[in-house]
Design a protein around this ligand. Sequence first.
Ligand code: SF4
Length: 343
Amino acid sequence: MNTKSKIFFRRKPINWSDRGIDSWIADIASACKFASDNPARNYNQLIAAYSEPGRIYFSLAARSRAASCAPEERLKIDSQLFRARVLIENSMIKAISSDSEPFHELIFKRGFFGYSIKQGVSVRFPLSTCKPTSKCGGGCYAHDGRDKHLSSIARGVFNYLAVLQFENLNLSKVSPTNLQAFYNQIDKAISYAKIDAKNSELNGFSRRPRIRLSHVGELAAIPEVSNWLAQKIFERSDGEVDSIMYTRHPNASRLDAKLMIVNFTVESDLDKRRRFAPKGAHLVASSWGGHAYESVTVNFLEHHGRINFRMTGDGPICPVTVNHELTPTCDLAKCSRCFSNKR
Ligand code: SF4
């Protein structure tokens, strides 16, 4: 079996209600402890080491998103999803950090930016960088679709370790080979972002090229690196490519909204987190359960695969979240509400 088949091989799901959720979370914790105490020596070993906690987490996430899952059951599972995911991520970070040499290529030289039809060019980060609210911890789209696969979780972990090398922005301490490799990745991401924008134009919707800085997890947790990265994207694209940050992290207050377009996410008109939005940011809302607010630039209606919530309240709604099947991307919806420049 090749690596790809192993990663996407569907293992038997757990039936969580057999034993109760706490007991499954305890299984994740003990398997993760074993994996970080016995660090993997290559990528295949890493995925194999986390296959059991990955199977439990995946099953819980899939069950929560199943159309047949009753609201009370979903609530129970969602209350533990973030914890389950972060146990795996933190254990991987510990395991790889103990000897990162076999993973150098994956951390420093390739894969920092990803590409998908839905997100365009974007960065994946671990959820362990988030400061979740009681709703977004379990309701996050990171627990949907492919984002809940072990390979995606590992990619977020590699990216986090890559960013740590820049944490204090003392570039003289970064290996010149790693630095050049990182710049090469930025240049490639810029090219993809331009191609993506060109394709949109050919399909009848003109917009500026853009790169999403963390569509999963919070790059904004490390704001100095986020600002530095946005500056590099600006410089190396001759100002043609925008950096886009969606965040709800308290450290967002230290983001420079002149270097990137910031969409700061709140959960209501009275959300105390509003104070963390940097000057010049759009305020956007996670409309949990479908409730929209008037005071924000846009409301994202909660939707997971086939589960949609009926909208209540007033306020501008993201068209992708109104009818995800018909318009699954911003380009198809011909919308750039989140990407308009407030600078
Ligand atoms: S509001 Fe428009 S730009 Fe923002 S995510 Fe939705 S479709 Fe995309």
